[in-house]
Design a protein around this ligand. Structure first.
Ligand code: F6P
Length: 365
């Protein structure tokens, strides 16, 4: 292992892991700017998350400031990513699952890296930390996920952009809903947390917000639609998180012919249930990966830049095994173990739930 003293030039690696989202390139840009211009270090961008370190030769690009300067507004990740292939249970050619962690660790050392910045959600950060502990990798984590379900940070990269996109979708659906006197249902991502739905639902003026954390009844949704009709409002906007269950408590998923399942379909389920109870026309929009792509919002760019600089500064101080966080308008850091231990769902007694209820939005019972 080649660990240089504080103050000596370093070679650091950076990778993006898990699903992409807006703002990842802004982090890469900030890391390269700060590492190269402030400290005079070298930055290697690792390709396709840990797969780049598993490959032989390891797959990377040496990142220069000129190369990343135009990345502030670019969606996706210039390094590529994957949300498959846990190296501790990696799909092997013979169909079994194998442990390929040592190859990744060897890749890190082969490249002569002094530290690694891993940008990921809780799953990716847990894997990276396990690799770091096992193989002497000096890891610093940066949280990203549109789901915003990492407990110790108020903000994960990508969330604000996803909320903006979902809000804009509601703004647009509003007009068609009113023009056609329809119930419009918007299904949004968020995995098991309802953060996107509740934030966009309030910001976008939804009349019904359904999140996995709070149970609902179709009867009460229909009551809301009827109540609006009685007041002369001929339409209703509903936003629903992908992980909301049926009234019977079942997950609604889509399974492909390989047997792989993912959330999807709760919007159509609700539309069908509603028309059985009440005489209205319903339409469903599934926003899908549009929430993850494209130009990041100003807030995501701001936080991405602050996180990138803070991660480089942690390395300069030799403070490893930590993740940067956004708390009370400041960037702080916490041990990665603490970060991955604290899952954050929507608090049923929290401000946003109280706000929605105070606005007579139906949010479940
Ligand atoms: O975790 C981010 C996320 O976009 C979730 O909101 C969603 O359920 C999932 O990833 C989709 O994953 P994939 O890109 O594999 O379809």
């Amino acid at each position: 292992m080649s660990i240089k003293n504080v103050g000596e030039p370093k070679r650091i690696g950076i990778l993006t892991s898990g699903g992409d989202c807006s703002g990842l390139n802004a982090v890469i840009r900030a890391v390269v700017n700060c590492a190269v211009n402030t400290y005079g270090w070298e930055v290697l961008g690792i390709r396709q998350a840990t797969l780049g370190l598993m490959a032989r030769p390891p797959q990377f690009t040496k990142l220069e400031v000129d190369q990343v300067d135009s990345l502030l507004t670019a969606g996706g990740t210039m390094l590529g990513t994957t949300n498959k292939g846990d190296p501790f249970a990696f799909p092997m050619a013979d169909g079994s699952l194998g442990d390929r962690s040592e190859e990744i660790i060897a890749g890190y050392h082969q490249l002569g890296l002094d530290a690694l910045i891993g940008i990921g959600g809780d799953g990716s950060l847990a894997i990276l930390r396990r690799l770091a502990q096992q193989g002497g990798i000096n890891l610093v984590g940066i949280p990203k996920t549109i789901d915003n379900d990492i407990g110790v940070t108020e903000h994960a990269i990508g969330f604000d952009t996803a909320v903006n996109i979902a809000t804009e979708a509601l703004d647009r659906l509003h007009f068609t809903a009113a023009s056609h006197s329809r119930v419009m249902i918007l299904e949004v991502m968020g995995r098991d947390a309802g953060h996107i739905a509740i934030a966009a639902g309030i910001a976008g003026g939804a009349n019904v917000i359904l999140i996995p954390e709070i149970p609902y009844t179709v009867e009460h949704i229909c009551h809301k639609i009827k109540e609006r009709q009685d007041k002369g409002k001929n339409y209703c906007l509903i936003i629903v998180s992908e992980a909301v269950r049926t009234q019977g408590g079942e997950n609604v998923t889509i399974t492909n012919r390989l047997g792989q399942s993912r959330y999807g379909g709760i919007g159509e389920y609700l539309a069908d249930e509603i028309i059985q109870h009440i005489d209205v026309e319903t339409r469903v929009t599934v926003l899908g990966h549009i929430q993850r792509g494209g130009t990041a919002s100003p807030l995501d760019r701001l936080v991405a830049t602050a996180f990138g600089v803070a991660a480089v500064n942690l390395i300069a101080e030799a403070k490893y095994d930590r993740m940067v966080t956004w708390q009370n308008r400041q960037v702080l850091s916490v041990p990665i173990t603490e970060a991955i231990a604290q899952y954050s769902a929507v608090d049923p007694n929290g401000t946003l739930v109280k706000t929605a209820r105070g606005m007579s939005i139906y949010l479940g019972d």
